[in-house]
Write a new protein. Structure first.
Lengths: 507, 86
């Protein structure tokens, strides 16, 4: 391998040297002074006599006149000069059989000789001053070419690595921009497939007992249907990668463990598009990608835990508040959240806003805790003072949740969910788009919930009648676009069945 | 826009050549602009043209968009021919 590299380097060096304009100028300048019959370049570090024969025959203008004996002695002289210059690693003069003069200059880098430049058949002996100029000039040219070669070699080595590094950096940015595991894992798989130009990628995470690898994502670009298979730790390439905590690489697969403090899973890639083997470089890239994937997966898992914790706190709070509600009143919490989220999705809300909407769907009436029981349970019309107490519940709800930082984005939904689209609502009398979208959705879904569940001041309406009332109030009490989205959601069979189960399933 | 038309534009041709040469690469507009030595704003618009014509694939995230080369063999072999010609 080293020999091949040297050969390539030597070839490139001489190719550039032969094309060098500087060397041509040098030959012209020095040539004017010494008038040699020929310049020659010998590309071999250890030439044989036969190489010298070819060289002399090609460059000697007297070769035809030369007698055989003289030619042979000429070759010997030049050959000896070449050998001497190789040993001394400096310019060597000679006088040929014709009594003419020449010199050999070795092209040297460190301890290595790559070849020789020489002149033949100068009539006068070349002065040491001219030889010094020649040596200095040639040395500069050769060094320049060697530097160019080193730079291009460095460029060829570094550029692919720099591009790979940039790819890894881009992948890091792409995967760290989501905290949703359901979005993250397919994204990691797709990016891995792209980087490795492979056909199949599978991501498996270890189960809580640390015995099985559970398939989370498998993408095969050649198949539409894929069977997700569990793998026992220690079995097959993915299982072995997890067991031994190191990459397992075969001709057509590479399994890279996802290691945090411990192994949490494995990314396995199969079958390169060009049908080549997975290389050590692939392994290096996949290891870097796996390190980043682990961080992103861990962050997403922590975020999910955090979400569960927040949701648990919200549900506990809601349960405490529900104790004030008469047991005869059924609150369809699950369907209410589902309807809110589905309406939000129809209104193209992003995932963060949908999460806030879900929290708000549970806590929107938390502020009712400040409203006295007798007011909440009053079967008749409220007095002005009592109504003022009820109107304070959105602000009171905000007061309750304001210390929970995770619910900061829920605040505007709770505060404005009793605002009406035409500006006739409370607490601030906001109109149209001034009301946050989440609050406009909550207004519709909240009113619908109030109509279909038992309230002391009104009789229960059927789902159909409640939907009709929502439709009639579009544009006045409710945002018409939200009403449109809500009514479409309410046509969904899954939503209707959850709602009916909650409302009537317990009766 | 088809591949032949895009090849007539210098910046599009440079981007295609970069991804053809580095088929495993995924890069942002900033990165691509650095590799091909062009202005970022021009690169962004050219990248989107190439996504529309399916020569590149866009991996969109909230913080950035990564672009990678197509896996369509027909497009790849067409690009190979055009690059040899140019």
């Amino acid at each position: 391998m080293e020999e091949i590299k040297n050969y390539i380097y030597q070839k490139e060096l001489f190719d550039r040297l032969k094309k060098s304009i500087s060397l041509k100028r040098e030959e012209e300048c020095i040539g004017c002074l010494i008038k040699p019959a020929a310049w020659w370049i010998l590309e071999k570090p250890n030439p044989k006599v036969s190489d010298m024969e070819k060289l002399i025959d090609a460059s000697c203008p007297y070769r035809k006149k030369n007698e055989k004996r003289k030619r042979r002695s000429c070759i010997k002289i030049v050959f000896a000069a070449v050998r001497k210059s190789a040993t001394d690693k400096k310019l060597t003069k000679y006088t040929c059989a014709q009594g003419l003069h020449g010199f050999v200059y070795p092209i040297v880098q460190g301890e290595k000789t790559y070849g020789y430049i020489g002149t033949c058949y100068t009539k006068k002996e070349v002065s040491p001053q001219i030889l010094n100029i020649f040596s200095a000039f040639t040395d500069t040219i050769v060094r320049e070419i060697q530097k160019e070669l080193e730079l291009s070699k460095l460029y060829e080595t570094l550029r692919p690595r720099a591009i790979a590094l940039s790819t890894v950096h881009t992948v890091h940015r792409l995967i760290s921009s989501t905290l949703d595991l359901n979005e993250l894992l397919p994204r990691i798989a797709r990016l891995s497939l792209q980087i490795m130009r492979a056909n199949r990628c599978s991501i498996k995470l270890i189960d809580s007992k640390r015995k099985l690898l559970l398939p989370k994502v498998t993408i095969d670009l050649r198949k539409k249907k894929i069977r997700l298979k569990k793998v026992r730790v220690g079995k097959w390439a993915p299982g072995k990668a997890v067991k031994y905590g190191r990459t397992i690489r075969g001709d057509n697969y590479i399994a890279t463990p996802l290691i945090d403090e411990d192994v949490i899973g494995v990314i396995t890639l199969y079958d390169k598009v060009d049908k080549k083997e997975f290389t050590a470089f692939d392994q290096e890239i996949m290891s870097t990608l796996a390190e980043q994937a682990v961080i992103a997966i861990k962050n997403a898992q922590l975020y999910k835990e955090q979400e569960k914790l927040t949701m648990g706190s919200i549900k506990s709070l809601a349960a405490v508040l529900d104790r004030r509600i008469p047991s005869s009143r059924i609150i369809p919490r699950a369907s209410f959240s589902k309807i809110s989220i589905a309406t939000g999705q129809k209104m193209r809300m992003d995932s963060d806003s949908l999460r806030s909407l879900e929290y708000a769907s549970i806590l929107h009436d938390a502020g009712e805790i400040v409203v006295p029981d007798e007011v909440l349970a009053k079967p008749a019309k409220l007095t002005g003072k009592e109504y003022e107490l009820v109107k304070a519940h959105p602000s009171a709800g905000v007061e309750i949740i304001k210390h929970m930082k995770a619910l900061k984005s829920v605040t505007p939904i709770i505060l404005y969910h009793h605002e009406n689209y035409d500006g006739s609502g409370y607490p601030r009398g906001l109109k149209g788009d001034q009301i946050p979208l989440g609050a406009r959705i909550m207004a519709v879904v909240g009113a619908f919930e109030a109509m279909i569940t038992q309230r002391p001041y009104r009789s229960v309406k059927s789902v159909y009648a409640a939907l009709e009332e929502v439709r009639q109030n579009a544009g006045t009490q409710f945002d018409p676009k939200v009403v449109g989205a809500f009514l479409k959601v309410m046509k969904r069979r899954d939503i209707r069945s959850v709602l009916e189960k909650e409302l009537y399933g317990r009766r | 826009m088809d591949v032949d038309k895009l090849f007539k534009s210098d910046i599009h041709r440079k981007i295609i050549a970069f991804f053809h040469e580095n088929q495993a690469s995924i890069d942002t507009p900033r990165g691509v602009a650095t590799w091909i030595g062009e202005e970022r704003s021009r690169v962004i618009s050219a990248l989107e043209d190439l996504v529309k014509s399916k020569i590149l694939v866009a991996h969109r995230a909230t913080s950035t968009t990564g672009y990678s080369y197509t896996r369509d063999n027909k497009i790849i072999s067409k690009v190979t021919k055009l690059l040899k010609k140019s």
